[in-house]
Design a protein around this ligand. Structure first.
Ligand code: GLU
Length: 448
């Protein structure tokens, strides 16, 4: 790490000591890009500071009324992180754990995740500390409307384009878009992505995050002369990302044997690989809305392990798809001990800094980071924007093929950058470096 980066890092630690998630994600990234950061222009232009801090960030109150007539006040956020290569773009998360630090870390990750999709999108993130668990559909709608009334002035097709994340799926995007349309009086389709197919959404968007991760994984397997055929995948979470991974893995001959929630994990030795199981996953998330995975075990007669994580199960491939920091050092040790040979991140920053270090440095496992293997969702969001501006929609096959091509290009760019900097097959560092260089060049070209 050169003196300039060390100084930037120290300043951040001093300034944002109370923002642990943000410091963790930036800290890991600074380590990764260090081998490529010696260009004297970076210090002269103070470029690294401008790349790790958001261009703009704001918070707002979201007052809303529940079904009993009681008023609640939630805290909303939007971080417009970086617009060097396109309008701000990134998800909204509705979860009680949402804080300014969480949103800032998500916006940071999103910026560098979006950079290599090959589509012109900057990075953003947002959300609220609203807890959708147990809320009625009417309460969800009212909350989405209240949230949009506070946000609508600051977003738009050419400025900032929100989408979903934890707690925000197609139902919420529908309400958010409906509210946006009402207050602005315009059917501005690409002001939001993840829309339903009947009103400007893209085919494959729902499954895109998981499909993208499996496409990336398939390239890693190919590099090792292997395929997904017969492989056991350990997946955490049971949301959109997990759902897409189950489907695409099954299509390519693999078998997802675990799913998890805050209540524990389920072990399904036959694999989550039938339409009935996919539909049930979606229903657990939406209709049941309880944020529990145990109903899957009851429904399909498989074992449920309360309070446990899936990493104690033997498998070939670990795909964390739940949330940040779910993998601790103990979990990483289990992953390595259980014969896992591929660790491919779906969720953003799923491992703690120490756990990731352990996995990355182990010769037993090949690793891919969420900024690469987790970018399928946003890639199809960007394709949704393209279709909206064309006033046209592509077929499922066209979108899926484009997604596969994008994931493959991200893989190639990551592998090439790692090679160029003498880092071997370090796809995490390679991806961070390639994205860093792309955004750096775009920022330099546009002046201050
Ligand atoms: N939250 C998603 C992600 O992490 C979606 C972002 C988007 O589609 O804008 O990529």
């Amino acid at each position: 790490m050169n003196d300039y980066i060390a100084r930037v890092s120290e300043n951040l630690r001093r300034q944002y000591a109370h923002e642990p998630e943000y410091l963790q994600s930036v800290g890991a990234w600074l380590d990764m890009i260090a081998p490529a950061a010696d260009d004297p222009r970076y210090e002269k232009l103070d470029l690294i500071t401008r790349m790790v801090e958001p261009e703009r960030m704001f918070s707002f109150l979201v007052p809303w009324v529940d079904d009993e007539g009681v008023t609640h006040t939630s805290h909303g956020y939007r971080v417009q992180f970086n617009s060097a290569i396109g309008p701000y773009k990134g998800g909204l998360r509705f979860h009680p754990s949402v804080t300014g630090s969480v949103v800032k870390f998500l916006g940071f990750e999103q910026t560098y995740k979006n950079a290599l999709t090959g589509l012109p999108i900057g990075g953003a993130a947002g959300g609220a500390d609203f807890n959708p668990t147990g809320r009625s559909p009417r309460e969800i709608m009212r909350f989405c409307q209240a949230f949009m009334y506070a946000l609508y002035r600051y977003i738009g097709a050419d400025t900032d384009v929100p989408a979903g994340d934890i707690g925000v799926g197609s139902r919420e995007i529908g309400y958010l878009y409906g509210a946006y349309k009402k207050v602005t009086g315009r059917a501005e389709s690409s002001a939001l992505t993840g829309k339903g197919l009947t009103y400007g959404g893209s085919r494959v968007r729902q499954a895109a995050a998981g499909f993208g991760t499996v496409y990336f994984l398939a390239r890693m397997l190919e590099h090792q002369g292997e395929t997904l055929e017969g492989k056991r995948l350990l997946v955490s979470g049971f949301g959109n990302m997990s759902w897409g991974v189950c489907r695409k893995a099954a299509e390519l001959g693999g078998r997802v044997v675990t799913l998890s929630g805050p209540d524990g994990y389920v072990y399904d030795p036959d694999g989550v690989c039938t339409q009935e199981k996919y539909d049930f996953m979606a229903a657990m998330r939406c209709q049941m809305g309880q944020d529990r995975v145990e109903p899957y075990a009851e429904r399909f007669g498989v074992e449920f392990f309360p309070g446990k994580k899936p990493w104690e199960v033997p498998g070939d491939i670990a795909v964390p798809c739940a949330t940040e920091n779910e993998i601790t050092v103990d979990d990483a040790v289990l992953i390595l001990a259980n014969g896992v040979r591929y660790y491919v991140e779906g969720a953003n920053m799923p491992a703690t800094a120490d756990a990731l270090r352990l996995l990355r440095l182990s010769p037993k496992v090949l690793t891919a980071g969420a900024k690469a293997s987790g970018s399928g969702g946003v890639a199809v969001s960007a394709l949704e924007m393209v279709q909206n501006s064309l006033r046209y929609s592509w077929s499922r096959r066209e979108v899926d093929e484009k997604l596969r091509g994008i994931m493959s290009a991200i893989y190639d760019a990551s592998a090439a950058a790692a090679e160029e900097y003498g880092l071997g097959y370090d796809l995490i560092a390679g991806n961070d470096i390639a994205a860093f260089k792309k955004i750096a060049e775009a920022m330099i070209a546009q002046g201050l």
